[in-house]
Design a protein around this ligand. Structure first.
Ligand SMILES: Nc1ncnc2c1ncn2[C@@H]1O[C@H](COP(=O)(O)OP(=O)(O)O)[C@@H](O)[C@H]1O
Ligand SMILES: [Mg+2]
Length: 268
């Protein structure tokens, strides 16, 4: 395996989520987190899952990642049943979950440590390529405490991408950032997605964000977590979160969202 081969984007995976159900046992009750979720995600598609908190978005992402087992149903990724975590499906969270005692480059290298067939020098080249991809070329040796929240998320993104996964799973990755930083990342994630050809499942409770990023937006409703409606977003890319066309898609989704919720849930 050469660095060049390693940097060639792999064929993105097709995901088939087939009637996935999941319950959690609490002290006094059982929570029905997912109720027969079926969803197809095409190779290289960017799908956003939206819905209010508690509707099972994170649980579904964890099931796709192989971090949770479904009680019923199955997930197939690139033709293989999912039954545990795998480098083919990398996950990124709201909190960057980086190692504070390592610099940016070593954090990205960490994800490559287990990658067979590369020398240390080659791993370094792969890590540097990905730091450049996320715009942090000059910050390889920065300590994490010197980086802003947005930059830390960029390091986390580089770390998720470095092992060359076929699927990228993102759980509200920009939710803790300020609006301006988020806007920059919307542009960057669209560019990186097109350049690296990943299948992306992106979770958010922000309808506008979903309409900005997704080829398709899948609307969930809670108690139990169900798929309610799907919206195809056929706007050209790169998309600007502030565009008028985007606003009309977002309004359509928001109207549907409110239609599926009780008043108390809308107020949350
Ligand atoms: N580990 C867990 N133990 C018990 N209940 C859980 C656990 N994870 C999630 N839940 C419950 O499952 C439901 C769906 O949660 P979650 O997937 O986190 O929703 P979302 O990401 O849409 O906010 C919620 O009612 C939540 O309280
Ligand atoms: Mg969540």
């Amino acid at each position: 395996m050469t660095v060049q081969q390693e940097l060639e984007a792999l064929q993105p995976a097709r995901l088939t989520i087939d009637r996935v159900s999941k319950w959690f046992a609490m002290k006094h009750q059982r929570v029905h987190a997912l109720d027969r979720i079926s969803l197809q995600v095409a190779e290289g598609e960017f799908v956003c899952l939206v819905g209010p908190s508690g509707c099972g978005k994170s649980t579904l992402l964890n099931v796709i990642a192989g971090l949770e087992n479904p009680d019923e149903g199955s997930v197939i990724s690139a033709g293989q049943p999912v039954n545990g975590p795998n480098r083919d499906r990398m996950m990124m969270f709201q909190e960057p979950a980086l190692f504070p005692w390592l610099d940016a480059l070593d954090n990205v290298l960490f994800g490559l440590n287990l990658k067979p067939g590369l020398t240390d020098g080659e791993r370094r080249e792969v890590a540097q390529y990905h730091l450049k991809l996320v715009g942090l070329e000059r910050f390889q040796h920065a300590n994490l405490h010197e980086l802003s929240g947005g930059m830390k998320q960029r390091v986390a993104l580089a770390r998720s991408l470095a092992p060359n996964p076929r699927v990228l799973l993102m759980d509200e990755p920009f939710a803790a950032l300020d609006a301006l930083t988020r806007e920059q990342l919307y542009g960057d994630i669209q560019r990186i997605w097109q350049q690296r050809r990943k299948t992306i499942v992106f979770v958010t409770h922000n309808v506008r964000e979903a309409a900005c990023l997704g080829d398709r937006v899948v609307l969930f409703s809670p108690h139990p977590g169900r798929v309610r409606e799907e919206f195809r977003i056929d706007l050209p890319r790169p998309r600007d979160i502030n565009s008028v066309d985007l606003a009309s898609h977002a309004t359509r989704i928001m109207t549907a969202l409110k239609g599926h919720l009780t008043e108390a849930e809308v107020a949350e």
